[in-house]
Design a protein around this ligand. Structure first.
Ligand code: KG4
Ligand code: ZN
Length: 335
């Protein structure tokens, strides 16, 4: 192993993170969130860039301190090259490049979505390929067929909103702060998932659509509030449970179709929405029924983190990739 200690840096959206990967173990995994967006109901890109600038040095220092290392001790610097918010990517990318330039350590730019998949290898270094991975985050919803560590094909993807956006925008309609996914998860535990019905998206094959379900929540709340202005307050737990149930059911219906089609060796969850307790529980049930082992990352590796960036960096470096100082960030999938 040429690259046994890797510093990972993540700044694609609204979390500033740094982590140390060492021979397959995570020695430090530091994440600074950005409360500044809460009151806006979504991430404000310019505020995110500024918060990354103030967080990135202390977060990296903290990761090195926790791992008991100096910057000279790392073998390479991995950072999120994209996709993400352009300003946020620039902050992490330029910081990583500065570190690489001043220390002479190799640099590796990582695709954030591939890194969500690499998060699986932290706890399962020897999975059974191909892995069928349901990647569900605030920006993406995809079914990926992972053929080897960093080789993957998108076999299904959302045509409009991501699953995380459906959670967050739904939460906003109910008057909950951003990001609403974890709150819907929390309140759903206290409600009846079958009390209300929200129709699933109608797109073919393994693709997804969440705009319909979101719009149906919007009109449902509007109509009910006309009848009773306190409707959301009174029924919050049931609305959360039913809305979550509709999203999770839809995600898993498509996942079952993909399992049938590809007969994978492992099935896996990745991305922030995989922290959802209903999704995790039902996903394990699918594993039980099909007999295909499920890989579900620990919470800290599901939501955005730099441990997954360092892990992805390791696999890319070992297969001969490095990134030069002139590399630009990319905003969308596929460079
Ligand atoms: O992967 P991630 O941290 O960031 C992106 O790359 O987008 O995902 C963030 C998304 C947000 O939409 C958030 O609401 C959602 O993950 N999320 C959840 C839960 N925890 C985070 N959604 C539903 N249930 C949760 N427990
Ligand atoms: Zn993410």
């Amino acid at each position: 192993m040429r690259y046994s200690t890797i510093l990972g840096i993540e700044s694609s959206c609204d979390d500033t993170a740094a982590a140390i990967w060492h021979k397959g173990k995570i020695l430090a995994n530091v994440v600074a969130g950005q409360a500044v967006h809460e009151k806006y109901g979504g991430v404000v890109p310019e505020l995110a860039s500024r918060a990354h600038q103030s967080h990135i040095v202390p977060v990296t220092d903290q990761a090195l301190n926790q791992a008991n290392l100096k910057i000279q001790d790392v073998d390479a610097i991995a950072y999120t090259q994209g996709p993400g918010l352009i300003g946020s990517l620039h902050v992490g990318g330029n910081f990583a490049k500065g570190l690489s330039l001043s220390t002479g350590k190799p640099l590796i730019g990582v695709n954030h979505l591939q890194a969500h998949v690499a998060a699986l290898y932290i706890e399962t270094p020897n999975p059974v390929f191909p892995i069928l991975c349901l990647l569900v985050s605030g920006g993406h919803t995809q079914l990926l067929l992972v053929k080897s560590y960093m080789e993957m094909e998108i076999v299904g993807s959302t045509m409009d909103d991501a699953a995380g956006e459906a959670f967050d925008k739904g939460a906003k309609m109910m008057g909950l702060p951003y990001p609403g996914g974890p709150l819907i998860d929390k309140y759903a535990k206290l409600g009846d998932p079958l009390k209300f019905k929200f129709p699933e998206g109608k797109v073919p094959e393994l693709h997804f659509s969440f705009s319909g379900i979101k719009t149906s929540l919007l009109y449902f709340l509007r109509d009910e509030k006309i009848k009773d202005p306190d409707f959301v307050e009174m029924e919050l737990y049931h609305i959360c449970a039913s809305y979550q149930h509709s999203i999770v059911d839809y995600l898993l219906k498509k996942t079952r179709m993909a399992i049938h089609k590809f007969q994978p060796g492992n099935i896996a969850l990745a991305g922030g929405v995989s922290a959802n307790s209903q999704l995790r529980k039902d996903f394990l049930n699918i594993s039980k029924v099909t007999g295909i082992p499920a890989l579900i990352p620990a919470f800290e590796y599901c939501t955005d983190n730099a441990a997954m960036i360092a892990a992805a960096g390791h696999y890319l470096l070992e297969s001969g990739h490095t990134t030069d100082l002139g590399a630009l960030p990319f905003v969308r999938m596929g460079k």
